[in-house]
Design a protein around this ligand. Sequence first.
Ligand SMILES: [Zn+2]
Length: 79
Amino acid sequence: MTDYFWRNLIETSLHAEEGDISCGECKSTLDQYVDLLDSGQDPILILPKLAQHLETCHCCFTEMEALLTAIHAAAPSEE
Ligand SMILES: [Zn+2]
């Protein structure tokens, strides 16, 4: 086995740990995520951990959708 193999293995496991946030952490940053999304920015670039969590956690994804809907409902309508 080469050094490269081990370095790669260590880096992979570090990244997995880094990207692993809890639902509590997710929900505390969720309004920020929705704000970015709503202003046309890419939250995946700014909050990659959160984006990753939303991909794997249906519960938080549903909450994110609800927040997004609430923002649009609160915004003054053009009609
Ligand atoms: Zn979650």
